[in-house]
Design a protein around this ligand. Structure first.
Ligand code: SAH
Length: 402
């Protein structure tokens, strides 16, 4: 095995079990290593630190498999990691058949994403180490889950940084159908694993969608009428459907993608919900919020779940202004005692900063507001405590009084 030797005092993050080795930390290697090959990472004075997958093109030059010198990174090791990841999600199946089975670094498999939709798995290989073992991983996933097929959606932009080309193809077993139907907390959704965002569905918003459903239920009990909601960036209708399931009176959903809105409308019919309660608008949210504000429209609940505005630390300022803008204009549409569900999935914007941005919007809106809940991804997106970069989704449930 080839050794990757770090520069002096560059071993600190690995000693704290952070799984990445940056190119700037590398002093030298004892030979030429192929992309994805396992190397031994040593400190400058020759101490064992980790086994890691070598990535020749990425600024993250190696991603650690293991910090234990007695481990062997072989087929049995991968089989065990995958089994562990699958077992850790066992409790979710009573609620849903859309589950993230493997969440990269957090599950000890850097760069590997695996989502299960009913009987099919969808993979994303986002780093050289897992890419080099994709056939093995496809087979092990079939064995660990009994799935009918594994479809590879390795088209995320992050692959380029690893020097990997995009790829969309069947990896193992049967081709998935054009649309897979999943059921989450009693709501049915169609998932298109070939062209949908991420692997087809925002699995990470499960807990927030359930809260939305409960808020709609509680509203009806309390007020004797259903709530009127605005769901911005609705995609295939995630929150809109959860609200209708909970008994909302009307849900206005906005997205700029016609394709997503078509699927959202189909999802309303799929659930047998009253179509007259669901209005879909193909519009830019920034424009729509201003238009509705000028028209004097009001809602009991506004949901803002935008795409990642900050793709890296370089874009934080511009993203912060965009978050502030939609939050300010969203707040202006709320009735007294209305609620705002507001999210950010930008990893570069942490909890603290997001809270400050929302607080700024609240101040500018001139209202009193309380955070009465916090949102995040569910147990299938665990946060490895030595790898804070794994946290990306955060949200606030805000109650507003004039
Ligand atoms: N809330 C959704 C996920 C939202 S993903 C769920 O739970 O499933 C973000 C969505 O925002 C995408 O569907 C994308 O088409 C849409 N989008 C991105 N920029 C937009 C804009 N400026 N105006 C309206 N929609 C936008």
């Amino acid at each position: 095995m080839i050794d990757l030797i770090l520069k002096k005092s560059k071993e600190k993050s690995l000693l704290r079990r952070h799984p990445w080795v940056y190119d700037t930390a590398v002093a030298r290697m004892t030979g030429k290593s192929a992309s994805g090959e396992t190397v031994r990472v040593l400190s400058n004075d020759g101490r064992f630190l980790a086994y890691a997958a070598f990535s020749p093109f990425s600024s993250i030059r190696a991603r650690c498999w293991s910090f234990r010198e007695d481990e062997r990174i072989d087929e049995a090791w991968f089989a065990q990691k995958i089994r562990q990841a699958v077992e850790a999600r066992a409790d979710l199946w009573s609620r849903t058949n859309a589950v993230r089975l493997v969440f990269g670094e957090a599950d000890g498999l850097p760069g590997l994403i695996v989502d299960q939709y009913d009987d099919f798995l969808v993979t994303q290989f986002q780093a050289a180490g897992v890419e080099a073992r994709r056939t093995l991983i496809g087979r092990l996933l079939m064995e660990a889950t009994g799935a009918r097929g594994v479809f590879d959606r390795s088209d995320a932009a992050t692959r380029r940084r690893e020097g990997l080309e995009p790829r969309i193809e069947l990896l193992a077993g049967e081709e998935p159908p054009v649309e897979i139907e999943v059921v989450e907390d009693g709501v049915r959704y169609g998932v298109d694993v070939r062209v949908g965002h991420k692997t087809g569905f925002y699995i990470d918003q499960r807990e927030s969608r359930l809260t939305a459903q409960k808020v709609a239920e509680r509203f009806r009990e309390k007020h004797g009428r259903g709530l009127r909601a605005l769901n911005c960036f609705c995609y295939t209708g995630g929150f809109s459907l959860a609200l209708l399931k909970g008994g909302a009176e009307s849900v206005v959903s906005v997205d700029s993608s016609e394709e997503a809105l078509r699927m959202a409308a189909a999802n309303v019919r799929r659930n047998g919900f009253d179509e007259s309660k669901a209005e879909f608008l193909c519009e830019d949210v920034f424009t729509a919020l201003r238009r509705m504000r000028d028209a004097g429209e009001t809602f009991d609940l506004v949901i803002l779940d935008p795409p990642k505005f900050a793709s890296s630390h370089y874009h934080v300022d511009r993203a912060a202004r965009a978050y502030k803008d939609i939050n300010l204009n969203g707040l202006k549409l709320l009735r007294p005692d209305g609620e705002l569900f507001t999210f950010s999935c930008s990893g570069a914007i942490d909890q603290d900063l997001f809270q400050k941005i929302v607080a700024g919007a609240i101040f500018d809106a001139g209202v009193d507001a309380w955070a009465i809940g916090r949102f995040g991804a569910g147990i299938d997106h665990p946060l490895l405590m030595t790898y804070p970069e794994g946290e990306y989704l955060k949200g606030l449930r805000i109650l507003v009084r004039p």
